[in-house]
Write a protein that binds this ligand. Structure first.
Ligand code: R5P
Length: 285
């Protein structure tokens, strides 16, 4: 087996290669003058692991090109971050189910697909080949432990994130709750944990994706007003668009950390171990 990656998953792919003891194949990435993408993979084996986060449209095209370049081998696709997964339904008539569009396209030329902490598990059924979710909640939990907070409170910003937050909290046996938004008037909303009082507590907000940081910044301000001692944010996919990192720090969030499913300077958590373990286990079955 050999591993190839697209441009924005190079670090994670190298880490997985190291853990599996499998060679990483050099790939050349170029762009034609008209903006079209080009890539060329080095020599492949009869089995290829393609590691590619769909962090933007170019990476979607690069993923398709990489799969095609490996058309002579048996391919397994690892999509650490599956972009477009939040449009997982037709919210109003005339819209595409974008997660389905992407999943279908990625299913050609690969035998199976792994996705790290997918936004909604229902999206897995849109792949035309066997697909599986890998969770890195244990790695996020281990990071929370490294923060050395006294009796931290793990908070999910909404009901959708409760599953992830409770898996993270289970690592250290920490308290866990989720935020509830109550509308006080036309303009005013109150965001507070459903049951736990945050006064004097060190809070870690855990979400699958931080995109604009809007959800967390609003929550952080309100938690501060409610007397939280400190607020930290940890997520799996640090999309961090439109100044999200600054927005969160300016809202009083002491640390903002994500994993290497979206590679950036805030990627202090790695998905490599979880990926290598899942690939290793399935290879033995
Ligand atoms: C939404 O359902 C997700 O789990 C995240 O909470 C959301 O995508 C975060 O978006 P933003 O950072 O833009 O508020």
């Amino acid at each position: 087996m050999r591993i190839i990656s697209t441009e924005r998953s190079q670090v994670l792919a190298a880490r997985v290669a190291e853990k599996l003891g499998v060679p990483l194949v050099e790939t050349i990435f170029r762009r034609f003058p008209d903006g079209e993408l080009y890539l060329k993979c080095g020599e492949l084996d009869d089995e290829t692991l393609i590691i590619s986060s769909i962090v933007d449209n170019d990476m979607f095209v690069q993923t398709l090109l990489a799969i095609d370049a490996a058309d002579r081998s048996m391919n397994t696709l690892v999509v650490p971050y599956l972009g477009y997964s939040r449009q997982d339904k037709r919210f109003s008539p005339g819209e595409p189910i974008s997660a389905r569009t992407i999943a279908r396209a990625l299913s050609t030329g690969v035998g199976r697909v792994y996705v790290i902490n997918i936004h909604d598990r229902s999206v897995l059924r849109y792949f035309g080949v066997p697909s599986k979710e890998i969770t890195i909640a244990p790695a996020v939990g281990s990071y929370v432990g490294d923060l050395r907070l006294k009796n931290p409170l793990v908070l999910a910003p909404d009901e959708g994130a409760i599953g992830l937050a409770s898996e993270v909290a289970a690592v250290g046996g920490w308290d866990c709750d989720h935020l509830v938004k109550t509308r006080l008037s036309g303009e005013e909303v109150r965001i507070a944990p459903k049951t736990v009082d945050v006064a004097g507590r060190d809070v870690v907000i855990v979400d699958d994706i931080i995109s604009t940081g809007g959800t967390l910044a609003t929550a952080a301000r309100m938690l501060r007003d409610q007397g939280a001692n400190s607020i930290h944010a940890a997520c799996v996919h640090g999309v961090l668009t439109s100044g999200a990192y600054t927005r969160l720090r300016a809202a009083g969030v002491s640390s903002v950390v994500s994993s290497d499913t979206c590679e950036s300077a805030s990627s202090l958590i790695s998905a490599a171990n979880a990926i290598a373990t899942a690939i290793g286990e399935d290879a033995h079955h």
